[in-house]
Write a protein that binds this ligand. Sequence first.
Ligand code: BES
Ligand code: MN
Ligand code: ZN
Length: 495
Amino acid sequence: MQINVKTINPAADKSDCYLVAVQEGGKLSPAASQIDSLSDGQLTRILKRGDIKGKLNQSLLLHDIAGIGSTRVLLLGTGKEAMSDSQFRGLIRTAVQKLLDANIKNVISALAEVEVKDRDATAIIQLGSETVTHALYRYSQTKSEKTPTPSLHHWTWQLDDKKLHKQAQTAAKTGQAIATGMALTRELGNLPGNICTPTYLANEAKKLGKSHSLKVTVLDQKQLEQLKMGSFLSVAKGSRQPPKLIVMEYHGGKKPGNPVVLVGKGITFDSGGISIKPGAAMDEMKFDMCGAATVFGTLHAIAELKLPINVVGVVPTCENLPDGNASKPGDIVTSMSGQTIEVLNTDAEGRLILCDALTYSEKFKPKAVIDIATLTGACVIALGKQASGLLGNDQALVDKLLSAGNKSDDRAWQLPLWEEYQDQLKSNFADMANIGGREAGTITAACFLSRFTKKFKWAHLDIAGTAWDSGNNKGATGRPVPLLVNYLIGEAGKG
Ligand code: BES
Ligand code: MN
Ligand code: ZN
């Protein structure tokens, strides 16, 4: 889909549909009033008859309004007060659904003038462009009937102030690149474990490298052995699929320039291993590579935007399965860092693959390392589906991520990483255990990772609750690509 920004003349400029807003109580937005006067009060008459009251998400599709270049006008209710981000997104989704139902191809949207809390027109255009593009994603790879591509082709944001056009155009491009990155994240997440294996992800990385000029290196089992990644390999050894460590380098910044390293958990299926999970909803553990998929999607977006920054993606990927050769509770493994780990629960496998990937990241002399992982069920209990868990060893980095999340309506919430929690990881037989008991499960998982991140500024995003939806709308969400792209835009000094 093409997204543009223009100052349009509603009497002359043609489209299949012009989107305008009406508040609850009947107050027309500026663009709606303009249509009203061009059509000799037609909107006022319709409002008087009571067909639409302006309640949030109400809509009314009108045809052949006199004096208007567009063949249709879609009136959208915006409610009484300024909308929240999520209400605004809901409104955009309502509009997109109406447009698709009517098979509409070209629209002009005067929705940049609606009131959204803490957002100016440019910020509305970024979030709106992301939401429109996001709403057009359909999964169909493993269905015999391919979903037809949605009809919508052109979306033009009407914006009066020409001085804002350049900035708004960039915002539209940014929103769209974020949603396109999210679509890659969602597609990889949605694919089943028997297709999306570690080898499949490695091949996808190579494809992404070719299409978006990334330098991609894939380390195989032998190389992981040479690097002494005993912790990562201990998870992989219960599976017949060989593990991979995928490294993707994006050079958009100065040539030596310390990169931001993104480390993504890539468990392509998590059965729990010998500490096997109960059966209910176990299929959802195909989503246990959504951290990895987020790294792919984020790199896709920043490469598309050509951000002047260096970013490295590091993805440890394998399956966690029970097998005669699988790790057993009580086994002790030696990580790449040299620290030994007692594996008390083979279902706490994410941290076991991440710790070696974090140690490996030291070689890039990173200015910051951010890992993204569907790490703990405890995080879903603590924060639900609204916020990703955020912990780290550098408050300035954490603050930047929090504000990037707020800016992109992809929020995170910080949990404490106090040293007192470290005691829960004590082991009688190794340097640490891989679990810390029932209490504060998200924090003790981060405590575990913190022992491998002493040499750099580090933050950890636990996306167990945010990476996918369950129930009727089961599917990967593409979060937290918006948070990360907004953070990287800030780091690139552009936003
Ligand atoms: N991938 C899971 C975490 C998870 C569970 C994410 C449910 C989303 C929904 C992770 O590998 C895991 O199994 N964690 C255990 C850790 C425990 C054994 C300390 C958990 O959260 O139960
Ligand atoms: Mn697990
Ligand atoms: Zn897992």
